[in-house]
Design a protein around this ligand. Sequence first.
Ligand code: COA
Length: 386
Amino acid sequence: MTALGIHDLSVATTHHVLELDDLAARNGVDPQKYRMGLGQAQMSVPAPDEDVVTMGAAAALPIIERHGTDRIRTLLFATETGVDNSKAAGVFVHSLLGLPAAVRTVELKQACYSGTAALQTALGIVARNPSEQVLVITADIARYELDSAAEPTQGAAAVAMLVSADPALLALETASGVHTADIDDFWRPLDSTTAVVDGALSTRAYMDAVLGAWDDYRAHGGAEFADIDHFVYHQPFTKMARKAHARLAQHNGAESVPEAFESTFTYNIQLGNSYTASMYAGLAALLDSDDDLTGKRIGLLSYGSGSVGEVLSGIVQPGYREHVRAEQTRAALENRQRIALEDYRALHAAVDGSSTDQEFPQVTAAPFRLAGIRGHARHYESTRSA
Ligand code: COA
C-alpha cells in the first residue's frame, strides 16, 4: 500500500513577541512560575495588520514555492480564530497564494483539535486519489482576558502542511484513536474575542481525552507505548505535555523519560499556545532537532477543549532532514520584535471583533497583511509587491 502522510511542514508566527518575565513583573508573580510552573518563556503577539489569514498564508507560501500548485485540489483551514462566521479563512489564503480556481476550500473548527481532523480528512482525499495533494493550514491566536490566570498561556502561530502520497517527512499509520466528551472546559461565545476557560477543568479534560483516545488507538491496532519513540502532545503550555506524558506512561505501567518528549517543546516555549497549530509546531521542533529520527515512530496526541482528542502515529521517512525548515522557523522566531508590556496591553484591548470600516497601519514584515475592512469585507494584500 502506498504510504500517505506529511510531505512538507512550515511554521510562521507574528511580528511581535512579549517576554513573559515582563508580564510576571507587572503581575507581581515570580518569573519562575511562568518559566518552570507553566514551561513558557515568551508569547507571540499579532500586529494590528496580522490575523490567522496572514499567518496561515505566510506558513503556506514556502510550501507553494517549493512544490508548486499543480497537484493541490483541496485547502483545509483549521482554526478557532475564524475571521468570518460564513466565509472560510482559507478562501482568503487561496487568493493570496494565487491557487488555481479548481480547488475545494473549507474551514474546520473544534477548538485546538481541528487541525488533526483536517489532517485525517486530507489523508482520506489522498487515499482516494494519490496523485492529489492537500494543503492543510492550522492557525490560531490564543486570547484570554487581560489580568486573568490564563493570560500567560496566550500565543499565536500557523503551521502549514502538504499532505501527499510517498511523503518526505512522516508516513502516517492507519490506526488512530478518538474520544469525544461534552465538557464546558474552554469555549469562545460568538460575541467574545477572548476564550472562557475553567483552567483546572481543562487540564483534567485534556488528560481524560488523551487516555480515552489512547485506549481507543490501542483497541484499533495502534502501536504499544514501548514501540513509540517520541510523543508529540498538544501544548497549551509545555508543562501540560510533561504532565500528560507522565500520566500516559503511568497508564501503560512505564517510566516517563524526558527524551521521549522534550525536544518537541523548543518552538512552543517561544510561541505560546497556538491552539490548532500547537501540536504541529511541536512536531516541527522534533523533526528539526539534532537527533536522527529516520525510521522512528512518532505518536501524535491531539486535544481540543469541549472536547475531542485523537491519537495517531507515523514513521519518520529516510532523507527527511533534507526537507525540514529549521532555519526558516528559527528566523521567524528571532525576527520578532519585542513588544513593551503596555503596548501589548493596548493592542489586546483594541481587538473588538467589529467589522466597522477601518484601515490598518502597516506594521508586519510578513509577506501578507490585513489592509483594511471596507463595507464589512476584509481586504488583504501582499507586502512583497507593495
Ligand atoms: N516557581 C515554579 N513553579 C511555580 C511557582 C514558582 N514560583 N509558582 C507556581 N508554580 C507552579 C504551580 O505549582 C503550578 O504547577 P503544577 O501544576 O505542576 O502544580 C503551575 O506553576 C501553575 O500554577 P497554578 O497556580 O496552579 O495555576 P494558575 O492559576 O496560574 O493557572 C492555568 C494555570 C494553566 C490553569 C491557566 O494558565 C489557564 O487557565 N490557562 C488556559 C487553559 C489551558 O491552557 N488549559 C490546558 C488544557 S487545554
